[in-house]
Design a protein. Structure first.
Length: 267
């Protein structure tokens, strides 16, 4: 998260004995509190509970969707943690640097088998599947209610490839037409002593200059368009949970996350 006002949640804010705190979105901060910079540190009443506002998240932060305006710690009680049949939370994790996805999958499988052995009633035949964020986003998320978009992406890729081929064909046609018009010029150069290799090098040099200019312009346009499109995407995008084991909930940072038995050392 980039440049929040105040701070986000810490481990001290979690748990049944933690101080009731809240983090609000910038949309709510502007609409309800008139963008008052003194809101951080003040108390608000939320569902009958007085909570202290400790931070305001940037406008591009949308978790789990753009309609979320207030975030509070999960603050699970020991009774909540004892309910092993509650599978309502979603797990989002980041791999440690240098750790492969297969290694995390192997460790999560071992954790799931250990939980199945320790808690056969609630964890029988339950495993854990670790998937990359890119794959989950393309596959579509359960929470977002989106379907598989990989087919659409392949269609778009094919359309772009066809447009690229058409463009290349048009450029080749223009170069051939230009070469036809320069027959007399090339004949005069050869009559003046230029050999075929020199003429060929000249033509290749001219084509390389045109290709280089096209490359520079294309890269500049792609970078500019990518940066523009990246600003339209929120910093956080939820996707379907990669875990299918019986979770033991806990809160991490500004959100409710879940831990599957012991913590995965690969994440």
């Amino acid at each position: 998260m980039q440049n929040p006002i105040g701070r986000t949640f810490s481990a001290a804010d979690d748990g049944p004995n933690g101080t009731p705190v809240a983090v609000v979105s910038q949309t709510l901060w502007v609409r309800r509190f008139g963008a008052d910079p003194g809101l951080v540190g003040r108390d608000i009443l939320l569902n009958g509970v007085k909570r202290t506002v400790i931070g305001i998240v940037p406008p591009a932060f949308r978790y789990p969707n753009k309609d979320a305006e207030v975030y509070v710690p999960a603050s699970f009680t020991p009774e909540d943690l004892a309910q092993r049949n509650n599978h309502s939370l979603w797990v989002v994790a980041r791999l440690k640097r240098g750790v492969r996805l297969a290694e995390a999958q192997a460790e999560m499988t071992a954790v799931a088998k250990g939980l199945e052995k320790d808690y056969p009633e609630s964890n029988k035949n339950l495993g854990a599947a670790v998937a990359a964020l890119r794959e989950e986003l393309a596959r579509g998320g359960d929470l977002l209610g989106e379907g598989d978009v990989r087919g659409v992406l392949f269609v778009l890729l094919g359309a772009v490839a066809i447009v690229l081929l058409i463009t290349c064909a048009n450029v080749a046609s223009l170069l051939l037409a230009r070469g036809t018009e320069r027959r007399k010029e090339l004949a005069i150069r050869q009559a003046l002593g230029a050999n075929r290799g020199r003429v060929l090098r000249q033509l290749l040099t001219e084509s390389a200059v045109l290709a280089g200019l096209g490359l520079v312009v294309g890269v500049a346009l792609s970078v500019a368009s990518f940066n523009y499109l990246a600003r339209l995407v929120p910093y956080t995008t939820l996707f379907r949970s990669p875990c299918r084991t019986a979770p033991r909930p806990r809160s991490t940072g500004a959100f409710s996350a879940s831990r599957v038995g012991s913590r995965c050392s690969r994440c």
